[in-house]
Design a protein. Structure first.
Length: 183
């Protein structure tokens, strides 16, 4: 098989069963399967979420993969505990649109997955450089110390030039003045 599954079981629920989807899910859970294959979403009453609570769902027409939802314990911004698929990464990027990838590990994982898949090309400039180029004030991350204000660049360059000039006497002025005993 192309997807790497080793065994495939075909299950047809009894015609008179009250919950045929639940019947199939019960058998799948008993066999500890990894994925459920169906012809289309109408086979599962257009409710992939019911299947994805426990298994991956593969549809034949149209060919699509619905990954099993892993319950997040505690913080929804933690790294996922499984490799992300491209569609799952897109969904995470949409869910965490207000987060920064630097401060949200889940968004960072999704971003990395989409970069590896060639769906996103990372910018060459940092967010701070892009904000400066647009004249937008860059918001520091929580806990980040803002840049201190001080002398401007020409003043700093002038001081550095003075410090690196070998002809400059670095002793303070009183030390350079001849004393009255020397005259």
């Amino acid at each position: 098989m192309q997807l790497g599954y080793t065994h495939v079981y075909t299950v047809r629920p009894p015609v008179d069963h009250a919950d045929p989807i639940g019947y199939g899910l019960g058998i799948a859970a008993g066999l500890a399967v990894d994925a459920l294959f169906v012809w289309d979403l109408s086979t599962v009453d257009n409710m992939p979420s019911r299947v994805c609570e426990m298994f991956d769902l593969e549809t034949v027409c149209p060919p699509s993969t619905w990954t099993a939802s892993v319950p997040t314990i505690g913080d929804p911004h933690t790294h996922p505990d499984h490799p992300l698929t491209e569609s799952e990464s897109r969904r995470i990027m949409q869910q965490h649109i207000g987060c920064r990838a630097l401060s949200c590990p889940r968004k960072a994982s999704a971003y990395s997955c989409l970069v590896r898949a060639g769906k996103i090309v990372p910018p060459a400039d940092t967010p701070r450089e892009r904000a400066a180029a647009r004249g937008v004030k860059f918001q520091p991350r929580p806990g980040e110390v803002p840049a201190l204000s001080g002398p401007d660049l020409p003043t700093l360059l002038h001081v550095l030039d003075g410090l690196t000039d070998p002809d400059t006497d670095t002793r303070p002025l009183p030390a350079r003045l001849p004393s009255s005993a020397d005259s």
